[in-house]
Design a protein around this ligand. Structure first.
Ligand SMILES: Cc1cc2nc3c(=O)[nH]c(=O)nc-3n(C[C@H](O)[C@H](O)[C@H](O)COP(=O)(O)OP(=O)(O)OC[C@H]3O[C@@H](n4cnc5c(N)ncnc54)[C@H](O)[C@@H]3O)c2cc1C
Length: 414
């Protein structure tokens, strides 16, 4: 047994040294494969993603102390890939992103390859991340300028705070409050499981001014400021994401910090942000597929030809294609509901399936003997919860079906 473990470690050590997220033969013929520009983007991002892989284990072991090095190519790429095209200027890595426009499809191509390097390191990296998608959609030009100027230093992390200790899936029941004050509003409430929140410089917080769901607003908050405390939660997987709990106790918020003031009431807050969730959901599905492919690559090196691997790889490639198609659909119709939910649901199930298979084919001691596989098999469970659980995605798929066909189940309300 010990000899087998040593052999596994040696083989793992050889592959861990490789810079890129590994070369692999893959099926052809999908949305991206027909577009040489996207194929080139995928290949270039895959090379840079090797840097995330190189730091993955250190960040997992010590999320407080370890991080991607400032000024690394991966950090610059992650930041640039999350910027809308008009905001990408030198010294971004244009040679890597080419004529990248920041479409949902381009982001999915990049996100999947970066996650194939390592999703935990990706989620913990500085940059606009998911908050940027909301600010770009709901922010006024001045708010977008402020947000992007703040993250331009390449060190500032951002956060997107919706979930509360007692409210996750039922976001419309959130309790954080924005109360009127002479100078604007006072923000109070607790947010939990928020990526990077306890160390971020700027972020978006959802809170309500009244009882109706239309009163749920998104506000831009910046550090340093009083009345805002946070701590990192100790998690089993995706430890680089720095899931945090933050509490606001009368934190002052000016009118200028309310996102969407320039938009119609129905597009300002939670409802306005819903469209962006379609985009974000596919990015999370893509991260899960990237993780699954990374694990398949790894097991392929440790136990070549292990039974069941081809079927799982085919599933992963189909899930990747679904993510690409869903992204292309969102680029055509930002309100598309069903495809993004299918992509998220399909993608998030895969890393767990691959982790179970890996444990079976490598046998007792196989996973612990390979630190990256062991880490990814913990990370695998996080994707189910990010940006809506599987059950929520099923509801979105049903809702999208009803909207597109007008079909109602027998006995359903008219
Ligand atoms: C790695 C990670 C990163 C995250 N990052 C962020 C972040 O940056 N910002 C943020 O705001 N949140 C973040 N979250 C939180 C995430 O959005 C929530 O965990 C998620 O919304 C689920 O909420 P919950 O944990 O309260 O579970 P619950 O909503 O309590 O759900 C528990 C279970 O009940 C099921 N369930 C709930 N309601 C229904 C229903 N109506 N019908 C059927 N089944 C139902 C769910 O599917 C689930 O299985 C993150 C979570 C993780 C794991």
């Amino acid at each position: 047994m010990k000899a087998a473990d040593t052999a596994l470690r040696e083989r793992a050590g050889r592959s861990a040294g490789g810079g890129g997220a590994t070369a692999r033969p893959e099926t052809r013929g999908g949305v991206v494969d027909g577009d040489p520009r996207l194929v080139a983007l995928r290949e270039r991002v895959a090379e840079v993603a090797g840097e995330l892989r190189a730091h993955a284990l250190a960040i997992d072991a010590d999320p407080d102390g370890a991080a991607l090095p400032a000024g690394s190519a991966a950090v610059a790429l992650i930041r640039a890939a999350a910027l809308p095209a008009e905001r990408r200027t030198a010294p971004e890595p244009p040679e890597v992103l080419g004529d990248y426009r920041g479409t949902c499809l381009e982001r999915v191509v990049a996100t999947l390859e970066l996650a194939r390097g390592d999703a935990g390191a990706l989620l913990g990296a500085p940059g606009p991340a998911l908050a940027g998608i909301v600010v770009d959609a709901l922010g006024s030009p001045a708010q977008r300028d402020l947000f992007h100027a703040r993250v331009a230093d390449g060190r500032t992390r951002t956060f997107f705070a919706m979930t509360e200790p007692a409210h996750g899936s039922d976001a419309t029941s959130l309790e954080s409050r924005l109360e009127r004050t002479p100078g604007g509003f006072a923000l109070s409430g607790r947010k939990r499981y928020i990526g990077n929140a306890a160390r971020a410089g700027i972020g978006v917080v959802f809170a309500r001014t009244g009882r109706s769901p239309l009163t749920i607003r998104a506000v831009l908050v910046e550090r340093p400021a009083g009345g805002w405390q946070g701590r990192r939660l100790d998690t089993l997987g995706l430890r680089g994401a720095w899931l945090s709990e933050i509490a606001f106790d009368g934190h002052p918020v000016s009118e200028d910090q309310l996102l969407g003031q320039h938009l119609p009431v129905s597009r300002r807050g939670l409802w306005g942000a819903l469209q962006t969730f379609n985009n974000v959901r596919i990015q999370v599905g893509a991260m899960a597929v990237g993780t699954a492919l990374a694990m398949l690559d790894r097991v392929g090196e440790l136990a070549p030809g292990a039974p069941g691997g081809e079927v799982l790889r085919a599933r992963a490639e189909a899930a990747r294609e679904l993510a690409y198609r869903a992204a292309a659909e969102v680029d055509r119709d930002p309100d598309a509901r069903a495809m993004p939910a299918m992509a998220k649901l399909t993608g998030s199930r895969l890393p767990v399936a691959v982790a179970h298979w890996a444990a079976a084919v490598l046998g007792p001691g196989g996973l612990p003997a390979d630190p990256l596989l062991e880490k990814w098999s913990r990370d695998a469970y996080g994707f189910e919860f990010m940006e809506g659980t599987g059950n929520m995605q099923r509801l979105h798929i049903a809702d999208g079906h009803v909207r597109s066909t007008g079909h109602r189940p027998a006995g359903g309300d008219a």
